[in-house]
Design a protein. Structure first.
Length: 442
C-alpha cells in the first residue's frame, strides 16, 4: 500500500513538473515573439522628437531599453505564478534569468532568429527547471531571552551565537548588536542563496507572528518577537510654557514598551496543547485547512503588538474573518461570521445567541472604522474581540472535530451542517449586552 502511494506521488510530481515545463516554454516563446516584433518596429517619430519614449531600466549593471520593459514585466508575473508558488524561486531570481533571456533575444539579427530563438528558449527553460538545493538559514531575531535557545517551534529552532563570530566582525555599523544573541534557524530548499534567504525570512516571520499571538495576554502585548529590536527604551521630550511666558520647561521621559520572552515562558506556551498543535501544523505538509488557521494566527499576532488601537482592532477582525469566513464566503458576511463563531465557541442555545450578537456588534464597529474612519476604539472592545478571536482560532486548532481536516471545503461543510440544524439556527437581534457570555465549546 505504501509503495503504491509513493508511486502515485512520484507520478503526480512528474506530471506537475512536465506541465510547469510546458507553461514556462510557452511564456518564453511568447516573450521572444514580442521582443522580436518590438525590435523590428520603426521608431515612433513623436517619441523621438519629444523625448517621451521613457528611460532605460538598469538591473545588475545591465541596461534594458524601455520598449522591452512592459513585455518583460508581463512575462515575469506569469513565470512567478508558475515558479514562485512554493517559494523555491524568488521573484528577483526569476527576473535574473529573464533579463539574460531578453538580452539574448534582443541581440539576435533577423537572419539568426530561425535557429537561435528556439535554442535560447530551451536554455532558459533548462535554467528554470533546475533542481533546488538544501540550505540552512540563521536569522537574527529580537524579543527572546537567551534562555530560549534550544526551543523548537514548527520548522524553527532557536539558538544563541556570538554575533561578532558569526559575522566575522562585519558589518561595521555603529549600532550593530554585539555579544551573544538569539538566532532563528530554518532548513529550506531553494534554487539559490537569494531565494533561500527570502523563503526562510517569510517562514520565520510567520512563526514569529504566531508566537506573538500565543504570548499576548492583552493588546498591545508586552511580548513581541520580531526581526526588529523593540526591547530598547523609548525616550521622549516635551517643552511647554504658558502663552506669553518665555521660560519654557522641558520634561523628559523614558519607558520600556517590551519585555524579553523567557525560555520557561516560551517552553510552557509551545509545549502546551495549543502550542504543540500549532507547531505540528507549521511543520506538517501544507494544506488548505492548516493554512487558513495559521493565517488567522498571523494576523492576530500582528494585531497583538500594534499600539495603534484602530489598526489593532482591524487586524483582529481580519484574523477572525480570514479563518472563520474563508475566501469563498461572499454574502451576509456579518450574519455568517456571528453564527459561525457562535457554533464554534457558544455553549447551548442561549450562549450561541449571546456570542452571535456580540460578534455582530464588534463586526459593525469594524465596518464603521473601515468605511467612515471612526476612531475611539475602547480597550474593552479590543479585549472582547481578542477573546473571541483567540477562542475561535484555538477551537479550530485543537478541537477533535477538526483534527483530520485538510481542506477548506471540510470546514465549510461543518459550518453548513450546524447552521442548517433547526434549533441552533439564529437570526441576530438589534443589540445585546456582552455580560455573561459563555465561551465554552459546545
Amino acid at each position: 500500500m505504501k509503495a503504491c502511494s509513493l508511486r502515485l506521488m512520484l507520478e503526480d510530481g512528474l506530471v506537475r513538473q512536465m506541465a510547469n515545463k510546458g507553461n514556462i516554454k510557452q511564456i518564453l516563446q511568447g516573450l521572444a515573439k514580442d521582443i522580436c516584433a518590438l525590435r523590428d518596429a520603426p521608431a515612433d517619430e513623436n517619441d523621438r522628437l519629444t523625448g517621451l519614449s521613457g528611460l532605460p531600466t538598469i538591473h545588475h549593471a545591465k541596461v534594458m531599453q524601455p520598449e522591452f520593459v512592459e513585455a518583460r514585466l508581463e512575462s515575469l508575473d506569469k513565470l512567478e505564478g508558475v515558479l514562485g508558488s512554493d517559494g523555491a524561486w524568488s521573484r528577483s531570481t526569476i527576473d535574473d534569468v529573464l533579463w539574460d533571456f531578453v538580452d539574448h533575444i534582443a541581440e539576435l539579427q533577423p537572419d539568426q532568429r530561425q535557429y537561435r530563438v528556439g535554442r535560447t528558449v530551451d536554455e532558459a527553460v533548462t535554467r528554470y527547471t533546475a533542481a533546488p538545493s538544501s540550505w540552512i538559514v540563521d536569522r537574527l531575531v529580537y524579543g527572546f531571552d537567551q534562555s530560549c535557545a534550544g526551543v523548537r517551534f514548527g520548522q524553527v529552532l532557536l539558538l544563541t551565537e556570538d554575533v561578532s563570530v558569526v559575522t566575522h566582525g562585519l558589518p561595521a555599523l555603529p549600532e550593530f548588536p554585539a555579544g551573544i544573541r538569539v538566532f532563528a534557524r530554518l532548513e529550506t530548499t531553494a534554487i539559490d542563496e537569494q531565494s533561500a534567504i527570502q523563503r526562510a525570512e517569510n517562514t520565520i516571520d510567520e512563526h514569529l507572528m504566531i508566537i506573538d499571538a500565543l504570548c499576548a495576554g492583552e493588546v498591545p502585548s508586552l511580548i513581541q518577537v520580531s526581526w526588529t529590536d523593540h526591547i530598547r527604551p523609548i525616550y521622549s521630550a516635551t517643552r511647554i510654557a504658558r502663552l506669553g511666558n518665555s521660560e519654557a520647561e522641558v520634561h523628559t521621559s523614558g519607558q520600556h514598551r517590551r519585555i524579553p520572552l523567557t525560555g520557561s515562558d516560551l517552553t510552557a506556551v509551545v509545549g502546551g496543547p495549543l502550542g504543540s498543535r500549532l507547531s505540528s501544523m507549521l511543520a506538517a505538509e501544507d494544506n488548505e485547512f492548516n493554512r487558513r488557521v495559521l493565517l488567522g494566527y498571523q494576523f492576530a499576532g500582528a494585531a497583538c503588538v500594534d499600539h495603534h488601537p484602530e489598526r489593532s482592532f482591524i487586524m483582529l477582525a481580519i484574523a477572525l474573518e480570514s479563518a472563520i469566513l474563508g475566501k469563498d464566503t461572499k454574502s451576509e458576511l456579518t450574519y455568517q461570521l456571528g453564527v459561525r463563531v457562535a457554533h464554534l465557541i457558544g455553549n447551548g442555545l442561549n450562549g450561541r445567541k449571546q456570542v452571535a450578537r456580540t460578534v455582530n456588534e464588534l463586526y459593525d464597529r469594524r465596518s464603521r472604522i473601515v468605511h467612515t474612519g471612526q476612531h475611539g476604539v475602547s480597550r474593552k472592545e479590543t479585549a472582547l474581540l481578542l477573546l473571541y478571536c483567540t477562542a475561535a482560532l484555538a477551537m479550530l486548532a485543537v478541537a477533535p472535530s477538526f483534527r483530520n481536516f485538510t481542506t477548506s471545503a471540510e470546514l465549510e461543510g461543518w459550518f453548513r451542517d450546524r447552521i442548517l440544524d433547526g434549533p441552533n439556527h439564529y437570526t441576530p437581534g438589534p443589540s445585546a449586552e456582552t455580560k455573561g457570555s459563555n465561551l465554552e465549546a459546545s
